[in-house]
Design a protein around this ligand. Structure first.
Ligand code: S3P
Length: 166
């Protein structure tokens, strides 16, 4: 695949899983933004938030995306907050297609409820909070998306085929 694919969506929408499947099915290179930032900073995302603050983390996300402009045939699994900044959307649009993976709040909750690696959900691990934050973010996710793919109740293979077909 010549174009890069940027997977966006809420935490737990399945971005990492689908990114790995796309890599395996279509021999693409994979960039997992959160992992790359953790490697670069030598600390977990939750510690970056705690010790350096969210604004510092958001600046790292933007810098990472800016550095991807020359990539080809790459699938990028974006952090859930990436499309909240217009400059990030502009950078993604310049080097590929943006795919929004949608999921219902109940599905998201079921996927993330036992994890403790997402500072925004610590202390807020419930469907009502997820629904509220998702509603706040939805206009930006939708505005950024070239392609929208539902993930509820679908297999990774099915979702990948849908992405490539679209
Ligand atoms: C965030 C999502 C996380 C991570 C950070 C902030 C967000 O990534 O980047 O905790 O603002 O939605 P995932 O969407 O991969 O969980």
């Amino acid at each position: 695949m010549r174009d890069n694919i940027f997977l966006i969506g809420f935490m737990g929408a399945g971005k990492s899983t689908i990114a790995r499947s796309l890599r395996d099915l279509y021999a693409m290179r994979l960039i997992e933004m959160d992992e790359q930032i953790e490697r670069q900073e030598g600390m977990k995302i939750s510690r970056i938030f705690k010790e350096k603050g969210e604004a510092y983390f958001r600046a790292l996300e933007t810098a990472l995306l800016e550095g991807l402009r020359c990539e080809m045939n790459t699938v990028v699994s974006c952090g859930g907050g990436v499309p909240m900044r217009q400059c990030n959307v502009d950078a993604m649009r310049q080097s590929g297609r943006i795919v929004y993976l949608s999921a219902k709040p109940e599905t998201i909750f079921a996927r993330v409820r036992h994890a403790h690696n997402r500072p925004l959900l610590e202390g807020n691990m419930n469907v009502a909070y997820i629904e509220k934050l998702l509603q706040e973010r939805l206009p930006k996710y939708l505005a950024a998306a070239d392609v929208i793919v539902e993930t509820d109740g679908r297999s990774a293979r099915e979702i990948c085929r849908d992405i490539v077909r679209q």
